[in-house]
Design a protein around this ligand. Structure first.
Ligand code: GLU
Length: 399
């Protein structure tokens, strides 16, 4: 009899999310009474804004919200996302171009499943967020990794993309502000890459989840705004998680051409139906509210960013670019590898993250999770005191 695997080859090939794995491990240690400082998952430490929570509590009491909404989302939320997009990035879209999804991650899945066929290639600049390659592979397509380094500030160039493109290339993944590198592309760079994609006739999936989190004089710019001719081949992914400290509510969205959104909505109607109605009401309150809470949180992230950068720069053997956006520092630990740390030989950042968690009780995500071994990602979306304590423990272990 044939040896039939119990798990499909497609799903067996999936690597579980490293960011969530490190986060879960750290939280489990904490639950077991360990005093762990978590620089792992990118999750703001703030509670969701009070008016958002209030809207959700009210929604719970209204039986209308105990029912299904249309699969692509509450009509008023789709409209509000269209309005918010015009307000924040300047892109004109209609409500029917918005598909409300179970977080940004689900928008990425729907977008790739809607666009990719087996054998297609997707250009994926690295370091990249650990999730992108998995839905690409699940579709039978192939992620073509385009590495970037510190010299370019972790920003991919048109020349690199031109070298990587083949007749099978269907799409490019473009993320700015970037997770994990914290890089923010200038408007000129965004426009150059967008024009190149438009000329080459490939799709762009652009993840705008960190649009409000930029620092110093770096500013977010939306590719389809700078390159309108890309509109018919561009999918935007976004959500309320990072902007409004709403990671657990699971509300994101995808914006795209009508045919793609309609097809994606058809898929969603079979996969998950609508996003939890109460969460949609909470998201509606978030995106129709002002940006005051966002400004307040960004100020705190900015303060923590500068402090973490300063403390990282003081660590012998560690080098780091100053994060320009998002809430991640992405230092190189190359200079501390190849020796004993915490009584153990440490040759890779995978091993380093392990030792740091075990010995210093500090959780960080090794660069291997983002196709950049030698680096590690530290989120500065945690409280100021925890940041100080975590960095002090790291320093103590490494010196
Ligand atoms: N996007 C965040 C991160 O990169 C949340 C965790 C996840 O979904 O990967 O840490």
């Amino acid at each position: 009899m044939a040896d039939v695997s119990r798990i499909s080859a497609r799903v067996a090939a999936i690597t579980p999310s490293a960011t969530l794995a490190v986060d879960a491990r750290a939280k489990a240690l904490r639950a077991a009474g360990e005093d762990v400082i978590v620089f792992a998952a990118g999750e703001p430490d703030f509670p969701s804004p009070a008016h958002v929570v209030e809207a959700a509590a009210e929604a719970c009491r209204d039986p209308r919200n105990h029912r299904y909404t249309p699969a692509p989302g509450l009509p008023e939320l789709r409209q509000a996302v269209a309005d918010k997009t015009r307000r924040d990035s300047g892109l004109e879209v209609t409500a029917s171009q918005v598909l409300v999804t179970n977080g940004g991650k689900h928008a990425i899945y729907i977008a790739f499943a809607t666009l990719l066929d087996p054998g297609d290639e997707v250009l994926l600049p690295a370091p990249y967020w650990t999730t992108y390659p998995e839905p690409i592979a699940l579709c039978g397509a192939r992620a073509v990794v385009v590495p970037t380094g510190v010299d370019s500030g972790f920003k991919v160039t048109v020349e690199q993309l031109e070298e990587a493109i083949t007749p099978r290339t269907k799409a490019l993944v473009f993320v700015s502000p970037s997770n994990p590198s914290g890089a923010v592309y200038s408007p000129e760079q965004v426009e150059a890459i967008g024009r190149w994609a438009a000329e080459r006739g490939i799709w762009v999936l652009t993840d705008e989840i960190y649009e409000h989190l930029t620092y110093d004089d770096h500013r977010f710019s939306s590719m389809p705004v700078l390159v309108p001719e890309l509109g018919e081949r561009c999918v935007i992914v976004n959500g309320v998680a990072k902007t409004y400290a709403m990671t657990g509510w699971r509300v994101g969205w995808m914006i795209g051409p009508l045919d793609v959104v309609a097809a994606g909505a058809g898929l969603q109607s079979h996969a998950t139906s609508n996003v939890a109605n109460v969460s949609q009401r909470a998201a509606l309150a978030a995106v129709t509210g002002g940006l005051d809470d966002v400004v307040r949180m960004r100020e705190a992230f900015d303060r923590r960013r500068l402090r973490m950068f300063e403390l990282l720069a003081n660590l012998p053997g560690v080098t780091c670019l100053r994060p320009e956006g998002a809430f991640y520092a992405f230092p190189s630990f190359e200079g501390v590898l190849g020796r004993e740390i915490g009584g153990r030989q440490v040759d890779t950042t995978l091993e380093l993250a392990e030792v740091v968690l075990e010995e210093a009780k500090v959780a960080m995500v090794p660069g291997e999770a983002f196709a950049s071994p030698g680096y590690a990602r530290l989120s500065f979306a945690l409280g100021d005191d925890d940041l100080e304590e975590g960095m002090a423990r790291l320093a103590k272990l490494l010196v």
